[in-house]
Design a protein around this ligand. Sequence first.
Ligand code: ADP
Ligand code: MG
Length: 301
Amino acid sequence: MKIALLSRNKNLYSTRRLVEAAENRGHRIQVIDVLRCYMNIASHKPTIHYRGEELSDFDAVIPRIGASVTYYGTSVLRQFEMGGVYPLNESVAITRSRDKLRSLQLLSRKGIGMPVTGFANKPDDIKDLIKMVGGAPLVIKLLQGTQGIGVVLAETQKAAESVIEGFMGVGADILVQEYIKEAGGADIRCFVIGGKVVASMKRQAQPGEFRSNLHRGGSASLIRITPEERSTAVRAAKIMGLNVAGVDLLRSNHGPVVMEVNSSPGLQGIEEATGKDVAGAIIAFIESNRKLGRTATKGKG
Ligand code: ADP
Ligand code: MG
């Protein structure tokens, strides 16, 4: 196969591993910086140009689109889809997953467990919003945040009120969530490929911190997940329409709750914690599922 890997940095662990895995399995793979792609959408034949040349004859495309380039990145991916190239994850599914609120609404509609969550833009009654999600302590999140930035734990009613007022003052969309204290600063990352959890790890926040993100100093270790956690992760990925997803769960008193579903989950933490060849599993999935021109939406989304 000839595979396009949309990634802005050749040196990132995930990028390097995917290149290595594809080449080891006998494929050709080209790393492409989406921001440098330019496209022709005026003619019948959608084309993509890169460094003065047309990109053509790709069998599959692996999107690794950073949160800050979601808009342009998904439009380049859509262009590949319109040209009939098989996407590992489809552009519509990525767009969906990048909006925390939209994701939670979709998951809740299908009965997936999640922390009690409220969202607001300019509520007249902040006290009622806080009461609605069960009062302090609670977690307040910026809708577009990532890597733990913009996630705040408000331990008291007063702190919650002032943080909410502060975010509102700058016009940010926020989400207000029940704090799952019993998770003890740990969450579980389930790496799902094609409807199976292929690897899972526990991430533990450093002492004094409740956010377990590795970017915030959390540490990863191997964990055995329960059948309920496994099926929750698989269902969440399916509802989002993602072939490959990192589903983050918290262990709550009322069973596993989904915090978020990531459409470009990193490979370093999970491969190092589990010793598994996750990159190889991704390429193997493409080998057995790729069908030319057979994306669900053909770039229509
Ligand atoms: P981001 O997209 O920035 O990673 P998350 O929603 O994943 O935002 O939150 C970051 C971290 O904060 C999580 O990995 C988890 O450890 C912690 N956290 C988030 N929400 C809750 C919650 N409702 N209860 C307990 N811990 C939480
Ligand atoms: Mg997270």
